[in-house]
Design a protein around this ligand. Structure first.
Ligand SMILES: NC(=O)c1ccc[n+]([C@@H]2O[C@H](COP(=O)([O-])OP(=O)(O)OC[C@H]3O[C@@H](n4cnc5c(N)ncnc54)[C@H](O)[C@@H]3O)[C@@H](O)[C@H]2O)c1
Length: 387
């Protein structure tokens, strides 16, 4: 059994540097390689690593994958090729811990699933919101039947995020709308060209966990491009997906990056069943609520649920995103080093990725309803569906 996980980190901007700092604090990780297309980002990555260990540095992803001093790849690139890069790492025999979104096309989803199955390596999607403590309570309410049959659920990710919408084609540097006059040759960066609904993962992942369900049909709708809030930005201000699940519930998911929205109040969810409902807080100074049809209360009652779990490990504190970032790195490490099974396996990760991708495809096809495949190797995996 391996005693430490030698990991290489690809993508060394804000999030990649956060991963470096976090992994150095967690037992079991040793950072042995760094990769970014930009030399400036590699320099930032090297500066963020403490200690005596040396890191091999790469600007070419294929050369990085050929480095035999690492067992696993941490993929923290914001790129339209994110899914292909994850699959390529599995194909090269590396375990993969990938940032969200997992992929941006259905072909990439299938390639990841097949590469994971063929290689037997661990693939883990680092979606951290599904670990929130309040979701443990919601899951109990659904499992116990207290909410009855779930008929409807909502999730939304409204994140005013304009600071990396543009890229200097010469240096690769990313910047926001405010600095456009400094870069006459600026091009739209991926986050600017990406359909916002591709990023609804942080709200769909928690809902599917609570419902223990998967999406089977999806319809998308969008406001027009460019943004009305910032006409320089291509990203539409709002995209919405309607989904139907295998168990028969309907979901509404919304995503937005270009339109102003209160900071730190990016996520919201609710779940409605035949015997009651739960909802997350409506504003930062609000509280979550619960109503049960056979209870005494006539209206939804305030609850003390929060992001923290009842038992929060000391190592989780300060890890980022309400202390939830810890859980993704712990789950990945424990799966690779200690052979522990992943709750959020490659199939559940694709259950989250595929409906988001197909919602954008539906938008491109005048809101046509699209079927979501089951990626699991069983009777539902239609022959010929996997490329
Ligand atoms: N889970 C979360 O809460 C959370 C939060 C922030 C970002 N993210 C995800 O983390 C990733 C990185 O986010 P960011 O804000 O740091 O992005 P960013 O756009 O600022 O930086 C991405 C970096 O990846 C590099 N890169 C792109 N393609 C590459 C390739 N083929 N090979 C090597 N390097 C490449 C770029 O040069 C850049 O330095 C994104 O996928 C984003 O969606 C997740």
């Amino acid at each position: 059994m391996m005693s430490e996980l030698r990991i290489g980190i690809a993508g060394l901007s804000g999030r990649g540097l956060h991963w470096i700092r976090l992994m150095q604090k967690l037992k079991g990780y040793r950072i042995t390689a760094l990769c970014d297309l930009r030399q400036e980002a590699l320099d930032d990555g090297l500066a963020a690593v403490d200690g005596e260990d040396e890191q091999a540095c790469f600007r070419d992803y294929e050369e990085f994958l050929n480095f035999d001093g690492m067992d696993a790849v941490a993929l923290v690139v914001r790129s339209e090729y994110q899914g292909a890069l994850a699959a390529q790492a599995l194909e090269a025999g590396k375990h993969v811990s990938a940032e969200v979104p997992a992929a941006h096309s259905m072909d990439e989803c299938w390639r990841i699933v097949l590469a994971q199955e063929r290689s037997g390596k661990v693939y883990h999607l680092a979606e951290q919101c599904r670990y929130a403590g309040y979701l443990d309570k919601w899951q109990e309410l659904v499992r116990s039947g207290d909410l009855g049959d779930v008929t409807y659920a909502e999730g939304q990710y409204l994140h005013y995020y304009t600071r990396c919408m543009f890229q200097d084609p010469h240096s690769g540097a990313l910047f926001g709308v405010d600095r456009l006059p400094e870069f006459p040759d600026a091009v739209a960066a991926w986050v600017n060209r990406m359909p916002p609904i591709h990023y609804v993962v942080h709200d769909l992942s928690p809902l599917l966990r609570v419902l223990d369900d998967r999406v089977v049909e999806v319809i998308g709708m969008s406001t027009d491009s460019p943004s009305r809030a910032h006409p320089e930005i291509l990203s539409p201000d709002m995209q919405v997906a309607l989904m139907k699940t295998e168990k028969g519930a309907m979901l509404r998911l919304a995503a937005s990056f270009a339109q102003p929205h209160p900071e730190n109040d990016t996520h919201w969810q609710q779940v409605i069943g035949t015997k009651g409902c739960v909802e997350w807080r409506r504003a930062l100074d609000d509280v979550p609520r619960l109503w049960l049809a056979d209870g005494e209360a006539r209206d939804k009652q305030p609850q003390t649920w929060g992001f923290s779990k009842d038992q929060e490990p000391e190592e989780a504190k300060g890890s980022g995103h309400w202390n939830l970032d810890f859980y993704v790195h712990a789950a990945f490490r424990d799966a690779v080093l200690y052979d522990q099974s992943l709750e959020f396996d490659v199939y559940k990760a694709m259950d989250v990725a595929a409906p988001s991708i197909l919602a954008a495809d539906s938008i491109d096809q005048d809101s046509r309803k699209l079927e979501v495949p089951d990626f699991r190797p069983n009777a539902n995996r239609k022959k010929g569906e996997a490329p």
